[in-house]
Design a protein. Structure first.
Length: 263
């Protein structure tokens, strides 16, 4: 049984067809999914999904690239994280892809937001869901400084270098691979996936984005996460079922939940 460790089922293109998505997950042997929160304004909808379905869970946090919406504070994140079926803080991290004329120094607001999430993760003892894009050096530096080696979590949709992978593993984090791994242009990333120990791997869709081959260009869905597992299996010389079982167990251990045997 597979688990999608990162998806956005509250986004309109997916929430409108949730019943079909859940049925497709059952047909594809995808036993559960973590629904990711990207803004405080989105949390109630994300949490409602987790409360309504025994194989869905929720996170609480604000995406690093979100602007013009409610800024989180540690107390609020911790209070909302205490709700049932909230199992992670994030997604959080740093994203310098859209500077739009700003400098790295100008992005201190992102770094401070990241620190707030790390502090909430430490207080609640919940894992962090890390997003990093063109900001890996600062992401690791802030984690080292704020986390003090005790933060835990996952670098989601990992697309960074082998050096960054080693650093994330050294900090005790898991790495999650998405449909990007199946793209023709992802040869270097496949080498990283080959290197990362299976016991530190997760799989995800980041749906509705990044549909894997052979569905590239379509609206992604958690039902397609097995494509990622099959490629990891190929890279590591394992059966797909072994990767499915290992990544499910990794998910359960990291997020301290039990994926239901029947969905």
């Amino acid at each position: 049984m597979y688990v999608d460790s990162h998806c956005h089922l509250a986004f309109p293109e997916l929430s409108a067809k949730l019943a079909t998505i859940l049925a497709d997950m059952r047909a594809a042997d995808v036993g559960g999914a973590l629904c990711i929160c990207t803004a405080m304004e989105e949390f109630e909808q994300v949490h409602a999904l987790a409360m309504a379905h025994h194989n869905l869970w929720a996170s609480v946090g604000v995406h690093p690239d979100t602007e013009g919406m409610t800024e989180p504070d540690v107390d609020t994140l911790c209070a909302w994280a205490a709700r049932p079926r909230v199992i992670a803080i994030g997604e959080t991290g740093l994203d310098y892809f859209r500077l739009e004329g700003r400098t790295i120094a100008d992005m201190e607001w992102q770094r401070e937001r990241f620190r707030v999430h790390i502090r909430a993760g430490l207080r609640t003892d919940l894992p962090l869901v890390i997003h990093t894009r063109q900001a890996s050096e600062d992401t690791l530096a802030v984690l080292r400084h704020e986390g003090g080696g005790t933060s835990r979590g996952v670098f989601h949709c990992f697309t960074e270098s082998m050096e960054v992978a080693r650093a994330a593993l050294d900090l005790g984090f898991h790495l999650s691979f998405s449909g990007i791994l199946t793209f023709k242009t992802a040869a270097e990333l496949r080498e990283v996936a080959r290197f990362v120990p299976l016991e530190r791997c997760l799989i995800e869709t980041d749906s509705p984005y990044l549909a894997p081959v052979p569905h590239r260009g379509k609206t992604n869905t958690p039902a397609w996460v097995p494509h990622v597992a099959r490629l990891i299996a190929e890279l590591k010389g394992l059966a797909p079922e072994a990767v499915a079982d290992a990544t499910r167990e990794n998910f359960e251990q990291l997020f301290r939940v039990k994926v239901p045997e029947s969905v």
